[in-house]
Design a protein around this ligand. Structure first.
Ligand SMILES: [Zn+2]
Length: 196
């Protein structure tokens, strides 16, 4: 299996639940400091010239694509509020405008507040949708009802695992399979990635 330097390793908490992406350098550090409790990916990368601070030796290290770690921080188990950005918002909605349903490139999309901020709407996942600039202009500072524009889907806040999928770049097949197994089959993201 060929890995690029950008390849991320999926880190699980001690209970085997996905919690974060880590760089392969971080993963190597976790191995060297004996914080990896087990591996469960079906792919791995060989790091050459890894440097062991304890033995002062250069070495080779096999880094698995999915690693479970002893508990590093308490947040691994706490409730999770994913931060909101246009990149992840547009990914949540698969780059589709939730008013006209068309697919757009990033630069032609905008963040629409379903209940406008001027009406007391909040800048939160459950009140924002991906909208093309044309639809956003047409809607203006109105609610969908007032603008007579129907929403094609209900905005939702991604779970921690859904967020890992949305934030992931170049997710390996075994990592994706693992992540998908941890989200609801009712999730639009589940449907998107399990479509045959
Ligand atoms: Zn549109």
């Amino acid at each position: 299996m060929m890995f690029t330097n950008q390849q991320k390793i999926l880190r699980l908490n001690s209970a085997g639940y996905p919690v974060s992406w880590v760089s392969y350098e971080t993963a190597a550090r976790l191995y060297y400091t004996n914080q990896v409790s087990y591996e469960c990916g079906s792919s791995s990368m060989l790091l050459r010239g890894g440097y062991n601070r304890l033995t002062q030796l250069k070495s080779k290290l096999k880094v698995n694509s999915i690693i479970a770690t002893h508990d590093i921080n308490k947040s691994d188990f706490s409730s999770f509020t994913p931060s909101l950005s246009n990149t992840t918002l547009f990914k949540r909605d698969a780059n589709n405008c939730l008013y006209c349903g068309e697919f757009f490139n990033y630069k032609d999309l905008s963040r629409d507040h379903v209940i406008p901020l001027s009406h007391g709407g909040l800048d939160v996942w459950t009140n924002v949708v991906t909208s093309c600039k044309r639809c956003n202009n047409q809607k203006g500072g109105r609610t969908p009802e007032k603008a007579n524009m129907m929403l094609l889907a209900i905005p939702f806040a991604p779970s921690r695992v859904e967020y890992l999928i949305l934030r992931g770049r170049k997710i390996l097949a075994d990592q994706m399979e693992f992540l998908i197994s941890h989200i609801s089959d009712k999730s639009p993201i589940f449907k998107r990635y399990t479509k045959t």
